[in-house]
Write a protein that binds this ligand. Structure first.
Ligand code: PBG
Length: 344
C-alpha cells in the first residue's frame, strides 16, 4: 500500500494522485447513487410474545416498547405490523407454570396457546408469514431447550419432542418453523417429520450458529424461561449452544443444517457476531437470517433513554450494518419502529 506522505510526488502513479474517495460523498444524491446496502421493511421479522387472557398487555421492563399481549391484542398488532410492511412474525409463548413439565408436552397440544395464536393470525392476516419458535424452554420446568435425562440435556429424546411440536405448528398453519434449540440432528428429524405428515411446503429456519450468550437476558425475563437454579441440572446452555470463542465451528454447524434440509440459516446474536455472518455468507447461498437479540435491543434503548444515543439513527444504522454483513433478513424487536422510520 502506498502512503501519500512517504512517497515523493513524482513517483506516485497518476491514478493514485487523482483518486479521491470523497468525490462520491459530496452530496446526498451522489451518496444515494453509490449506496451498496438498502434496508427495507421486507428485511424484517418481528418477534412477538404472547400470553393467556383477554385484552391484556404487559410491558417488558428491560425492553422498552415491547409487550407481552393476549391473543386478541396480538392479532391486532399483527394487522398493524402488516400494514406497516412487516410481513413476518416469530412467535413465543409465555407458558403458565401449571402447564410446564420436563418433556414440554404442552408444546404440541393442538389447542395450546401457540397453536391457537398461529390459527388466529392466519385467519386475520392470511399473508403474514408465521414463524413459531420451536424449543422446549418456555414449556420446561427446568428452563432448558431440551428434556433432562439423568441430569443432562437429552439430545435424541428432545428431537422427538421437537418433531411433534413442529408438526403441530404446521397443522395450525405455520409457514416456517424456527427451531432455536441447537440439538444435533434436529433439522433432519423435523424435515422428515414434516414430509411424512404431508407438510412439504412448510419451511425450516434453522438456528444453525446460535451462541451461548449473555445477550439473551431480557428475553428470558420476558418469558420467565431462564434455566432454573438446581444442583441436578446444567446451570447454563453451554452443552448445546455454541462457545463464543469459536468461529470455524459455526461454519461446520451451518453446513450440517444445510445438508439436513434447512431452508434458511440463522446466526445469533447479531451485532457482536457479524464476523460470523460475513464468513457464513462466503460459503453458503441459502438465505441468512440474523437475530438482533433482546440484549442488543436493551443496550440501544438504555443508551437512547439516557440521551447518549440518537435512538432512530442508531436503529437504522445497526440494522443496515447487519444487512451489510450478509443478512437477507433480520429478526429484530425494532422491526415496527424501523418500519415506521423507513416509511417516513
Ligand atoms: C430459546 C430462545 C432464546 C432466544 C430465542 N429463543 C433464549 C435462549 O436461548 O436462552 C433469545 C432471543 C433474544 O434474546 O432475543 N430457545
Amino acid at each position: 500500500m502506498i502512503k501519500f506522505a512517504s512517497v515523493k510526488s513524482n513517483t506516485i502513479p497518476l491514478m493514485i494522485i487523482y483518486s479521491r474517495n470523497r468525490r462520491l460523498r459530496t452530496n446526498a444524491a451522489i451518496r444515494a447513487l453509490v449506496q451498496e446496502t438498502i434496508l427495507t421493511t421486507n428485511d424484517f421479522v418481528m418477534p412477538i410474545f404472547v400470553m393467556e387472557g383477554e385484552n391484556k398487555q404487559e410491558a417488558i421492563a428491560s425492553m422498552p416498547g415491547i409487550y407481552r399481549r393476549s391473543l386478541d391484542l396480538t392479532v391486532k398488532e399483527c394487522k398493524e405490523l402488516f400494514s406497516l410492511g412487516v410481513k413476518a412474525v416469530n412467535l413465543y409463548m409465555k407458558v403458565s407454570e401449571n402447564l410446564k413439565d420436563n418433556r414440554g408436552t404442552e408444546s404440541w397440544n393442538k389447542n395450546g396457546l401457540m397453536q391457537n395464536t398461529i390459527k388466529a393470525i392466519k385467519d386475520a392476516v392470511p399473508e403474514m408469514i408465521i414463524m413459531p419458535d420451536v424449543a422446549l424452554d418456555p414449556y420446561s420446568i427446568y428452563g432448558h431447550d431440551g428434556i433432562i435425562t439423568n441430569g443432562k440435556v437429552d439430545n435424541d429424546a428432545t428431537n422427538d419432542a421437537l418433531v411433534k411440536m413442529s408438526v403441530s405448528h404446521a397443522e395450525a398453519g405455520a409457514d416456517i418453523v424456527a427451531p432455536s434449540d441447537m440439538m444435533d440432528g434436529r433439522v433432519a428429524a423435523i424435515r422428515t417429520g414434516l414430509e411424512e405428515s404431508g407438510f412439504t411446503d412448510v419451511g425450516i429456519v434453522s438456528y444453525a450458529a446460535k451462541y451461548a450468550s449473555s445477550f439473551y437476558g431480557p428475553f428470558r425475563s420476558a418469558l420467565d424461561s431462564a434455566p432454573v437454579d438446581n444442583q441436578e441440572i446444567p446451570k447454563d446452555k453451554k452443552t448445546y449452544q455454541m462457545d463464543f470463542h469459536n468461529s470455524r465451528e459455526a461454519i461446520d454447524e451451518v453446513l450440517k443444517d444445510v445438508a439436513e434440509g434447512a431452508d434458511i440459516i440463522m446466526i445469533k446474536p447479531g451485532m457482536p457476531y457479524l464476523d460470523i455472518v460475513a464468513k457464513v455468507r462466503d460459503v453458503i447461498d441459502l438465505p441468512i437470517a440474523v437475530y438482533n437479540v433482546s440484549g442488543e435491543y436493551a443496550m440501544l434503548k438504555a443508551a437512547a433513554q439516557n440521551g447518549w444515543l440518537d435512538n432512530d439513527k442508531a436503529i437504522i444504522e445497526s440494522l443496515t450494518c447487519i444487512k451489510r454483513a450478509g443478512a437477507d433478513m433480520i429478526f429484530t424487536y425494532a422491526a415496527k419502529e424501523a418500519a415506521i422510520l423507513l416509511n417516513g
